[in-house]
Design a protein around this ligand. Structure first.
Ligand code: CTP
Ligand code: MG
Length: 175
């Protein structure tokens, strides 16, 4: 298992998931509307600026990885294909994050309250699934062991970055 290649591969998903904390805010995607259960569709923590900045920076991270490191999973692919996968990982990460919040609201979990699986794992799984659709074989390359490695690392980094974001006063809560 090539740990470095796996990390470089999922970097756009991690970036897409972290950037909204820095550049998010403003108009929420659900516009403050309530769903059938009288709870927010997504909540005020999910904003347009956050989603767009996440995708833009995720693709940018993929472009930087492609420019700096030849040797990773898509080594022989064209630059377009690499950016395509970075875009898929970024869009997937954001979509997974929104879907996670949708489920949190349905379970009456207020915005900002922690939900380990939905906050930390959902975006990674969604990112990899969307990337697999765009680049069939990607999941097979990652493999079960690779996924367990990435999930564990995502868990640790997510916790670490949220504590840092809290210290920097970007987030009200340290998770
Ligand atoms: N954020 C944003 N737009 C997004 C995602 C996140 O603006 N699409 C910003 C919000 O300021 C949010 C913060 O990043 O409060 C932290 O993101 P996250 O932990 O994902 O959201 P929560 O506020 O915890 O809400 P939820 O319970 O729905 O996860
Ligand atoms: Mg949160």
């Amino acid at each position: 298992m090539d740990f470095v290649a796996l990390v470089l591969l999922v970097l756009p998903a991690w970036v897409a998931n972290s950037i909204p904390v820095v550049f998010g805010g403003g108009t929420s995607i659900d516009g403050g509307r309530l769903a059938w259960d009288e709870r927010p569709w997504l909540g005020k923590g999910k904003t347009w600026k956050g989603a767009f900045s996440g995708i833009v920076f995720g693709v940018a991270a993929g472009a930087i990885v492609a420019a700096l490191f030849g040797a990773y999973y898509l080594e022989n692919a064209s630059i377009e294909a690499k950016l395509f996968v970075a875009g898929g990982l970024s869009v997937g990460a954001i979509a997974g994050d929104l879907l996670g919040s949708f489920f949190k609201r349905r379970m009456s979990t207020p915005s900002g309250q922690q939900s380990i699986v939905l906050d930390q794992m959902f975006f990674l799984v969604a990112a990899l699934l969307v990337a697999e659709v765009l680049e069939p074989g990607l999941l097979g390359y990652v493999g079960f062991q690779g996924f367990v490695f990435l999930a564990a690392l995502t868990f640790v980094l997510h916790a670490l970055f949220n504590v840092i974001a809290h210290r920097l006063k970007l987030k009200k809560v340290p998770w």
